[in-house]
Ligand binder design. Structure first.
Ligand SMILES: Nc1ncnc2c1ncn2[C@@H]1O[C@H](COP(=O)(O)OP(=O)(O)OP(=O)(O)O)[C@@H](O)[C@H]1O
Ligand SMILES: [Mg+2]
Length: 369
């Protein structure tokens, strides 16, 4: 393992002591220098050749300091540290050359996660495409779609995908991937005040080289533990953790689905054709979304269990609904059920099926627009 030479710049005396101890205890990391005054670090730190600089972002004039540190230490990675993460300030720091942001006080594990994410070149920019999957009614096939689509995005675009299971009472993404998560959206929501994107990452479970899942609550009563503001904070942080974020929400209009949709770049309205009133449900849902001035760009319709799954059916449904249909998914009950039973993706079991082709088309739609 490479050794990391860390220089700590920390204005607060207590934090300076506390963080020094954490760094000293961290394996594969050496504290080579520490300064309370950033000016001293700029003037005297060079002889210690740090390759990582932990820079106190709660210092006045931090933006100018960042530029100075970049100039004096062009080969070091700068991690900003502060008492609270915010999307706005953190993206300013990253634009000014910081690699990521850590909330103080951090643990050895969090420091290593930050260093690891820098080395892996995890994008700290703020530009994930956030996609919410809304359905007027339950059992629309949206959880199945999200899981398969995440894999398809990973495969076709080699892009990173975070899945957030915000179906707060009966989320089943964890069952879908056969996961027994140590932490879920409940713990993430509890901790949002102390988290930054680097540390939130540890609450996600990786299911593929590019795909991670923030699992849903383990008990329906835990819904009370995830406030709308904490959900929004999680979505906001996820924006700088992945290239795509797919959010599963409870069926129907409710505070959770509305908040997720409002914080999304795209909202898919997903409905399973059952020979019932789906067309009317979709139209009524679309009516509500039309209050967004840019709804035509942001709201897209996906129909599942479309038989026959052809362009002609898509065209007919489009006319019946009076709104473009962005994607159609065939009836593939056997494929999705067999796959779900052994925690695999239908996409992997039958890569050439119509189901896989349609999901891949949707992945291309998302990643090329
Ligand atoms: N394309 C499909 N064709 C046929 N059946 C499907 C399809 N996709 C999913 N299903 C089946 O429909 C049921 C519901 O699927 P899924 O759990 O993905 O829907 P959901 O909208 O997330 O439901 P919930 O409202 O329970 O969250 C499951 O039994 C699943 O196997
Ligand atoms: Mg579901």
């Amino acid at each position: 393992m490479i050794n990391n030479n860390v220089m700590l710049v920390e204005g607060n005396r207590l934090f300076l002591e506390q963080l020094s101890n954490v760094i000293k205890e961290t394996e594969s990391v050496t504290l080579v220098a520490r300064f309370r005054d950033a000016k001293d670090a700029l003037g005297q730190g060079m002889v210690f050749t740090p390759n990582i600089i932990l820079l106190d972002a709660d210092t006045p004039n931090i933006m100018n300091l960042l530029a100075e540190f970049r100039r004096v230490y062009p080969h070091a990675d700068i991690i900003c540290t502060g008492e609270k993460w915010s999307a706005e300030s953190s993206s300013l720091y990253v634009n000014a050359g910081a690699k990521c942001f850590l909330v103080k006080p951090f643990s050895s594990e969090e420091l290593l996660d930050a260093i690891y994410s820098i080395n892996k070149n995890v994008s700290a920019s703020n530009n994930a495409k956030i996609v919410t999957f809304f359905s007027p009614k339950g059992k629309s096939g949206k959880t199945t779609l999200i899981a398969n689509l995440a894999m398809a995005i990973s495969r076709t675009a080699n892009a990173t995908v975070g899945i957030i299971d915000a179906d707060l009472q009966f989320g089943d993404m964890a069952f879908f991937f056969n996961l027994k998560p140590q932490s879920t959206i409940v713990e993430a929501a509890r901790d949002t005040d102390f988290l930054s994107p680097v540390t939130l990452n540890t609450y996600f479970v990786s299911v593929d080289k590019n795909v991670s899942v923030l699992c849903g609550t383990k008990n329906p009563s835990f819904i009370d533990k995830v406030s709308i503001s904490s959900l929004e904070a999680i979505i906001n942080m996820a924006r700088s953790m992945f290239q795509y974020v797919l959010i599963d929400v409870p069926a129907g209009f409710n505070p959770t689905s509305i908040a997720a949709a409002e914080n999304s770049d795209i909202t898919f309205v997903v409905s399973m054709l059952n020979g019932g009133y789906e067309v009317q449900h979709i139209q009524r849902a679309l009516d509500i979304f039309t209050t967004w001035p840019d709804y035509q760009r942001r709201v897209k319709v996906i129909l599942t269990r479309v038989e026959p799954c052809t362009e002609k059916s898509q065209q007919e449904m489009q006319e019946a609904i009076g709104y473009p249909v962005a994607g159609i998914i065939p009836n593939a009950y056997l494929d999705v059920a067999t796959a779900a039973d052994d925690g695999r993706m239908a996409l992997d079991l039958k890569p050439n099926s119509t189901l896989s082709q349609q999901i891949t088309l949707l992945a291309e739609l998302l990643t090329t627009n």
